[in-house]
Design a binder for this molecule. Structure first.
Ligand code: XMP
Length: 523
């Protein structure tokens, strides 16, 4: 495999993966320090490790117990290379075991905050005075109970007396806690000490290199074959499209399904950007009629979601079938949080999928290999990448939009008329948020269409018409959220505009529910 960056002699830190949920986070922290990192499985071939010529190795944590037989061990090549090594959690335990120390299974698992105390001067804790307490995050069952020969204790806690150790003459270090998680507030200092003071890396790696590396990776994987991508207009699939475009140009075929449940002008905007401005091979499928037809008479939220999902799959299938014999690759904008959520945390080569997963349900006889160039990246990294690839900032910083679109924002049966009313109201709300510099201060904002009519008076006329709800929330993770305390004057202005500019609306209400007990969407 060609590793362009290693060939360019950029300092490389190898992260050997023992299966921890935090492995990607270690790689991310190293990227943040502008140093190139590569994650490889712990049982990777020695030649591969040698060919990388790493400046140092970090051994990740992992779910197994070194006290059990046939559990992963550090390959000998790592020690033969005589380069700095940092073991974290499981990485520490297997280091201890392989150097002749003892690891014991604790009666109770330690999970959460702890304080370690620096017990001896060490380059790894450079910057912390002897005896200093450091707040750390622990997540382990086993612990090192006896230090291996030739290792010194460098930090301890009350519950894990051997919380950190170092070899007396070689640059081999180990930590029981996780320096890579944000809960270990000064974890970055420890990682910086390892990367710069111990491995002596030079901070010379940039996001440009990551982009270049991904483009090369795509080229290597797909060669001159065609790739199909379902483009949603969201950040992840848009960045995926741009990377693929740079890698394979016209061999990328993007399919954008207009389901008639998008935001106002969204389909035109996507077409304008990707087809006209960026000259991508974009196929816009106008499926509005099919969606409205299938949704006719359906008001139950769950049933609506199912129908929308099913219709999307049918339409996508139809399009994909047209290229059936021609295309072997399916690209997706999967990012790392999606991988964690669906708890399939292996980040290996393209897996062969047999329909029904991911995109949802390609025909059973269609074996396509997945191309997921963002699979190990975090959202903010994808945004940064998108920005460097020239994706407009309105697109990069857009609030999330649910897959079923306005389908879950129109309560009751969906009709084209209701969609239009909602799109117009929503566009006014969003436009005003942007004008008032409030858009970036809320995490998600939108309008919902309520299934009631109310009496209003406009001019001298009685108006018996629809009710629109305005929703704006603040949240970090979208798991919990609080309703945004938007200024009354602002809300009054938005309400006025919606009622004045839309004859179909007689009343606007503001949703003051937080999550929980409500959810962000209304359905
Ligand atoms: P709730 O309504 O569950 O929404 O509080 C949390 C976040 O998820 C988005 N959401 C979805 N996104 N497909 C998606 O891609 C969906 O079916 C879906 N449902 C909700 C919602 O907009 C919010 O950001």
């Amino acid at each position: 495999m060609k590793l362009d960056l290693a060939e360019k002699k950029v300092d490389t830190i190898l992260v050997l993966d023992f299966g921890s949920q935090y492995t990607q986070l270690i790689a991310r922290r190293i990227r943040e320090l502008n140093v190139f990192s590569l994650i490889l499985p712990w049982d990777i071939k020695s030649e591969k490790i040698k060919s990388l010529n790493p400046k140092g190795v970090i051994l990740s944590g992992g779910p197994e117990s070194v006290t059990e037989l046939n559990t992963p061990r550090i390959p000998e090549i790592i020690f033969e290379l005589d380069i700095p090594v940092l073991g974290i959690c499981y990485g520490m335990q297997t280091l201890a075991e392989q150097f002749g120390g003892q690891v014991s299974s604790s009666k109770k698992k330690e999970f959460g905050h702890a304080q370690i105390q620096v017990a001896q001067p060490s380059l790894l804790f450079d910057g912390f005075a002897l005896g200093t307490f450091i707040d750390v995050w622990m997540s382990h069952g086993d612990h090192v109970s006896t230090l291996p020969d030739k290792f010194n204790l460098i930090a301890s806690t009350s519950s894990a007396p051997i919380a950190a150790m170092e070899h007396i003459s070689k640059p081999i270090y180990a930590l029981q806690f996780h320096p890579e998680v944000t809960q270990t507030k000064q974890g970055n200092i420890v990682l910086e000490n390892f990367i710069f003071k111990i491995c002596q890396c030079i901070a010379q790696w940039k996001m440009d290199d990551l982009i270049e590396q991904r483009i090369e990776g795509i080229k290597e994987k797909v060669g001159d074959q065609k790739v199909l991508l379902g483009l949603s207009g969201g950040v992840d699939s848009s960045v995926t499209a741009m990377l693929l475009d740079k890698a394979i140009g016209k061999n990328l075929i993007c399919v954008f399904v207009d389901n008639g449940l998008l935001r106002k002008n969204e389909a035109e905007e996507v077409e304008n950007l990707f087809k006209d401005k960026m000259d991508l091979n974009l196929l816009v499928v106008d499926a509005k009629k099919a969606f409205y037809r299938h949704l006719q008479g359906i008001s139950d939220p769950e049933q609506k979601r199912k129908v929308i999902g099913r219709t999307f799959i049918d339409i996508f299938d139809n399009e994909a079938a047209k290229f059936k014999d021609e295309i072997n690759f399916l690209a997706q904008g999967t990012i790392y949080p999606d991988v964690i959520e669906s708890s399939e945390s292996e980040s290996k080569e393209a897996r062969v999928i047999k329909s029904h997963h991911n995109v949802g349900g390609l025909p059973d006889d269609m074996n396509m290999k997945l191309v997921e160039p963002l699979r190990d990246l975090f959202k903010d990294e994808v945004r940064k990448m998108g920005s460097m690839l020239g994706l407009p900032s309105e697109m990069l910083n857009r609030h999330p939009f649910p897959g079923p679109g306005l389908g879950v924002r129109i309560l009751g049966e969906i009709t084209q008329e209701k969609v239009t009313t909602l799109q117009n109201a929503d566009a006014i709300f969003i436009e005003e948020l942007i004008n008032a510099n409030l858009y970036d201060q809320v995490s998600q904002a939108f309008c919902a269409y309520l299934p009631v009519k109310s009496v209003g008076v406009v001019g001298d006329e009685r108006r018996y018409a629809d009710v629109i709800a305005i929703r704006a929330v603040e949240t970090v993770d979208f798991m919990t959220a609080t309703w945004a305390k938007l200024p009354y004057d602002f809300l009054a202005h938005v309400s006025n505009r919606i009622v004045n500019e839309s004859e179909e609306v007689s009343r606007v209400v503001y949703d003051i529910s937080s999550k929980p007990p409500a959810t962000i969407e209304w359905e």
